[in-house]
Design a protein around this ligand. Structure first.
Ligand SMILES: O=P(O)(O)OC[C@H]1O[C@H](OP(=O)(O)OP(=O)(O)O)[C@H](O)[C@@H]1O
Ligand SMILES: Nc1ncnc2[nH]cnc12
Length: 156
């Protein structure tokens, strides 16, 4: 089933509550970087970054960022993709939060974590609005915080 967060964004209270839950969780954790994954991590990440006093770093699909980048490939259900981050966007030792709308296999989040760690960041946690029940997620032991885990099937 395709999970879509655009209806959440139409409801001001639901949208604000969603951002506020993340802000309450991360505001006192010494996080200086919120890294958002293109495209829908960009919907939530900047608001969270502004509220907790962090910078926002976009992790983009290939060939979108204008400066020098580092790149990480990851496996999708059909084929592969890549995420890129600007060199110099973060300093070694910075504490980072990774944000996306949804986690399925965790392949995308794992690539984000690898990018940040290659630049010397400490990834405090990955956070998503929705988590799909995709079985084993490949997050290499990184903490993952999920707001909503829909039950896609019900047995009566
Ligand atoms: O946990 P995973 O199995 O890696 O899947 C999760 C990713 O899939 C979706 O993005 P998608 O790849 O569809 O790209 P888009 O944002 O460009 O639509 C979603 O927004 C996550 O980024
Ligand atoms: N079921 C799903 N719904 C929305 N985005 C996805 N990305 C990967 N699986 C997805």
């Amino acid at each position: 089933m395709f999970q879509d967060i655009t209806t959440l964004l139409l409801d001001h209270k639901a949208f604000k509550d969603t951002v506020d839950i993340f802000v309450d969780r991360y505001r006192d954790m010494g996080i200086s970087v919120v890294a958002g994954i293109e495209a829908r991590g960009f919907v939530f990440g900047p608001s969270i970054a502004l509220a907790i006093g962090a910078k926002f770093v976009p992790l983009r699909k290939p060939n979108k960022l204008p400066g020098e980048v580092i790149s990480e490939a990851y496996v999708l259900e059909y084929g592969t993709d890549r995420l890129e981050m600007h060199v110099g966007a973060i300093e070694p030792g910075e504490r980072a939060l990774v944000i996306d709308d949804l986690v399925a296999t965790g392949g995308t989040l794992s690539a984000a974590v690898r990018l940040l760690e290659r630049m010397g960041a400490e990834v405090v946690e990955c956070a998503c609005v929705v988590g799909l029940p995709e079985g084993q997620r490949r997050l290499d032991g990184k903490p993952l915080y999920i707001l909503v885990e829909p039950r896609l099937s019900v047995n009566y």
